[in-house]
Design a protein around this ligand. Structure first.
Ligand SMILES: [Zn+2]
Ligand SMILES: [Zn+2]
Length: 230
């Protein structure tokens, strides 16, 4: 099923409404669209997001499949999420993300810090992603290891093996993110070999980005046609 399970609306930092994203997905020929927004523990818009997306699910029934989620970032190296637990059951899935790498509770490394000890950053990143894989709240690990690229830290082969092993045990889905072009090929190859479930997302923040990334979404579906795609 041609799907894009990662689109942001005006509820967080996107610039279009959920309905505009849906209309664009239909125009682009997608069969399923995922509406997710960046959430924080104190986000007050979540009930309104749930109400309006439920209405849109009814309105577009039979036209396009709409699924809804929240993208929550890791706050600690244990993989705790910036998410109020009560929203978990109200949406179809939770994307667990690492945007900044935690260095302690609610503290993060800065990629601009010239004195960073990269081996320590790697160690803390690794425990954070392992924490996400253990966290029952997480359904999909968003843009896996994209943050390492931003910190210019290479992903080690041993780590790929470890994460695939833990992924297999946890049953989590790994996102193939066409915006950040992750997982890197060596990681993706291992995920495929282990038959780990994969989702495809554009991480669009506008209808223009949905359009721009459609070619990559289609090409990714074609290349993963025989894989365990959700
Ligand atoms: Zn993200
Ligand atoms: Zn995102």
């Amino acid at each position: 099923m041609l799907s894009d399970l990662h689109n942001h609306s005006l509820f967080s930092d996107g610039i279009n409404t959920c309905e505009e994203l849906i209309e664009q997905a239909i125009a682009l020929g997608l069969q399923r669209v995922g509406l997710v927004d960046h959430v924080w523990r104190r986000s007050e818009w979540v009930p309104s997001f749930i109400d309006s997306t439920n209405r849109l699910k009814e309105k577009y029934e039979g036209v396009i499949q709409i699924v809804t989620g929240l993208e929550a970032k890791a706050l600690t190296c244990a993989g705790e999420l910036d998410l109020n637990d009560k929203w978990r059951e109200k949406v179809d899935y939770i994307l667990g993300s690492i945007h900044r790498i935690p260095s302690g509770s609610n503290q993060f490394y800065s990629k601009h810090d010239q004195s960073l000890d990269k081996s320590k950053v790697y160690e803390d990143w690794l425990s954070t992603i392992q924490g996400l894989l253990r966290n029952d709240m997480v359904d999909i690990v968003a843009h896996p290891a994209a943050e390492l690229i931003q910190y210019k830290i290479p992903l080690e082969e041993e780590t790929i093996k470890l994460l695939c092993h833990l992924g297999k045990l946890s049953g989590k889905v790994f996102e193939v993110n066409v915006k950040y072009k992750v997982p890197i090929q060596a990681f993706l190859n291992q995920l495929i070999v282990q038959n780990i479930p994969l989702s495809i997302g554009s991480d669009s923040h506008s209808t223009a980005q949905q359009k721009l990334r459609l070619g990559d979404i289609i090409a990714t579906h074609q290349s993963l046609a025989l894989c365990n795609l959700i």
